[in-house]
Write a protein that binds this ligand. Structure first.
Ligand code: SF4
Ligand code: SF4
Length: 91
């Protein structure tokens, strides 16, 4: 199974407030933008025109990879509040 297939078995309860917040001023000075490569849900995109990270939290898989890879401390990372976020159904 590849990651894209995972979305066939996944649903989301999206809270109006993102549980992960991005410090845009830190990201603007980041020379590798690793989050844009490692996120399996492609939540992070570098917007060259606006010089900022566009972050789409709605399909976050809560894997924690972005928190591990960000060496600048730019992320305020939390799980969604109870009942919200990703729901996996693999069986
Ligand atoms: S979240 Fe971290 S890795 Fe991603 S652009 Fe910002 S500073 Fe860089
Ligand atoms: S926790 Fe995982 S899926 Fe969610 S934004 Fe970070 S890398 Fe992407």
């Amino acid at each position: 199974m590849v990651v894209d297939d995972l979305f066939k078995f996944t649903s989301f309860m999206v809270h109006e407030e993102p549980s992960i917040r991005v410090n845009q001023s830190t990201c603007a000075g980041c020379d590798h933008k690793a989050c844009t490569f490692v996120c399996p849900a492609r939540c992070y995109q570098w917007n060259e025109e606006r010089r900022r990270i566009d972050f789409a939290y709605e399909q976050c898989l809560e894997c924690g990879t972005c928190l591990l890879i960000c060496d600048r401390g730019a992320l305020d990372w939390n799980y969604p509040v109870g009942g919200f976020g990703v729901r996996f159904r693999l069986t």
